[in-house]
Design a binder for this molecule. Structure first.
Ligand code: TXA
Ligand code: MG
Length: 344
């Protein structure tokens, strides 16, 4: 249990330059700051300051062997990486700033604690004015995992960060909702063909336009002793209650209503995650959280973690969730849902 004074700053048009300057001073002084990005909120420290980076692991309760991504405000990353393969250069030009993290071979400027002793480093330029301004004002790259307690769903609002990190970090700033709502896509460009280690806001289809050999690793092979991305071996994104994904293609509603009925009879509080199209078909005794339209997976992605966290707030006993087709953004959505679910 860490108890420290956390300053919370809700950004407005008037105060934002002052707040960012104050938060940047905290980063420069070796402190840790939760800040918004377009994917999810991050918990940042000076990536080049070993002691500062260690504080992130402590605050989150994050295993030391799980490397951090560094965030830059500039496409010139030559100081931090040994080489920029041509495909990586193309991806930077096409997708930065944006929800794409690229893995490179790192230089010695990046301390081992940041990369969890790997000789590679993930780098991303976030597409968010506050994140970019914070990095610029700090004058250093910012190492930042998602700003949740380890194992909890990533935060997409200031309130989520406060709930997880108040009393554990120096500063929390924000105010807006993270638009993508899912963590960045991670692509490893130290190997050929490049491999997507985590699906996210930039889809596999978008990446394959640059090289059709780019492929996605089997994401949930928990038996793999040495997963390519260390974070993959940990259960993630999990709400407190067990989450069950309902796969039945044509009869999802019937199956969910049947299960819901059974559990309600047993005296359980049931939570249902459903899209706009079917939300009204469900048992009124359940707590129903609407994810957005099936026709607009951007909306579903944006609302997913908020929905999982809402289930915790409502203290449901179990969660039933519809599934989505695994193409485009649906790949990232289903990846997160499978990781959050109890059936592995
Ligand atoms: O959207 C995002 O990426 C957010 C925001 C804050 O930028 N950050 C984020 O960080 O999701 P985190 O630490 O929660 O997830 C980073 C994932 C972990 O699973 C980690 O194992 C993997 O990236 N990773 C980091 N560096 C790596 C490396 N050098 N090689 C392989 N995997 C790496
Ligand atoms: Mg995370």
């Amino acid at each position: 249990m860490i108890i420290m004074k956390t300053k919370v700053a809700r950004l407005t048009k008037k105060n934002w330059m002052t707040v960012i300057k104050e938060a940047a001073d905290v980063i420069k002084a070796g402190g840790i700051v939760a800040f918004p990005t377009e994917t999810v909120y991050g918990l940042g420290a000076n990536a080049l300051d070993e002691e500062a980076v260690k504080k992130i692991f402590v605050a989150k309760g994050r295993p030391q062997d799980n490397p951090l991504i560094i965030h830059v405000a500039d496409k010139d990353i030559t100081q931090y990486v040994k080489e920029i393969p041509p495909i990586a250069k193309q991806l930077i030009d096409a997708f930065w700033p944006g929800p794409l993290t690229i893995i490179f071979k790192k230089t010695n400027l990046i301390p081992d604690v940041t990369s969890a002793n790997l000789n590679t480093i993930g780098i991303r330029m976030p597409n968010h004015p506050i994140a970019l301004e914070l990095i610029k004002s700090s004058g250093v790259p910012i190492a930042a995992p998602s700003a949740n307690l380890s194992g909890k769903p990533s935060p997409t609002t200031l309130e989520h960060c406060i709930r997880d990190l108040d009393g554990r970090v120096d500063y929390i700033l924000g105010g807006t909702i993270s638009e993508v709502g899912l963590e960045s896509t991670i692509i490893d460009c130290t190997v050929y063909p490049p491999v997507v280690l985590r699906p996210g806001g930039i889809t596999l289809e978008q990446l394959q336009l640059f090289d059709h050999n780019i492929y996605l690793t089997t994401p949930y092979d928990l038996k793999d002793e040495t997963p390519k991305s260390p974070g993959m071996k940990y259960r993630h994104y999990a709400p407190i209650a067990p989450l069950y994904l309902i796969n039945e293609e044509d009869s999802m509603e019937q199956k969910i209503n049947m299960l819901c009925h059974k559990y309600v009879e047993e005296g359980k509080k049931v939570g249902i995650l459903a899209p706009d199209e079917t939300k009204d078909l469900y048992n009124a005794n359940a707590f129903i959280y609407t994810l957005g339209s099936r026709e607009n997976l951007l909306e579903v992605g944006q609302n997913l973690y908020q929905g999982l966290r809402q289930m915790d707030e409502e203290e449901v006993d179990l969660i039933l969730c519809e599934t989505f087709p695994e193409t485009g953004l649906g790949i990232a959505i289903m990846n997160r849902l499978k990781k959050a679910s109890s059936k592995k």
